[in-house]
Ligand binder design. Structure first.
Ligand SMILES: Nc1nc2c(ncn2[C@@H]2O[C@H](COP(=O)(O)OP(=O)(O)OP(=O)(O)O)[C@@H](O)[C@H]2O)c(=O)[nH]1
Ligand SMILES: [Mg+2]
Length: 139
């Protein structure tokens, strides 16, 4: 288990999704880390935790296990109404709700997204699959 550095120095993949869909199982398998708790009961994971894969003692890649979305409709509704700086949208959400228990898991799972300098996302589902690359800062 590793503390989340402010900016990732190696590629980092956060696994996000609904509760009980196998996020922790995927991270546990990819990192070969049996300490990661998997449960039949939704809501097992409550913190975003990074697990680093090392080869010959060198950090190669990091996977972040996250809680599941608890209130995705309300979270999405807030994002759609957001009128501030789009580059700060995720940080703004966390700042607005980090002390609100209703949004606790949703804030926590978005932390690895907030601190990423760029995002490569892909998603799968029964209706749609896709991918997207999003650079947050021009430099
Ligand atoms: N059939 C099947 N079950 C799976 C698979 N992956 C995980 N599971 C089971 O699904 C349940 C939930 O797995 P977790 O990995 O804890 O799911 P999670 O998304 O991390 O859940 P939360 O932390 O509650 O959000 C457990 O009972 C797992 O054994 C899979 O590929 N196939
Ligand atoms: Mg989990």
């Amino acid at each position: 288990m590793d503390p989340l550095p402010k900016f990732p120095a190696i590629p980092e993949f956060a696994v996000l999704g609904h509760p009980n869909e196998g996020k922790s199982s995927v991270v546990s398998t990819l990192t070969e880390d049996d300490r990661i708790r998997v449960s039949r009961i939704p809501g097992e994971t409550t913190e975003s935790t990074a697990y680093t894969v090392k080869i010959d003692g060198k950090d190669i890649i990091r996977f972040v296990d996250t809680p599941g979305f608890q209130v995705p409709k309300q979270t999405l509704a807030w994002f759609r109404k957001f009128e501030g700086n789009p580059e700060q949208i995720v940080e703004s959400f966390i700042q607005a709700f980090e002390n609100d228990p209703f949004y606790a898991d949703d804030c926590e799972l978005l932390k690895p997204v907030a601190r990423a300098p760029a995002l490569f996302m892909w998603w799968t589902g029964p209706a749609r699959s896709g991918m997207m690359i999003w650079r947050k800062w021009r430099s």
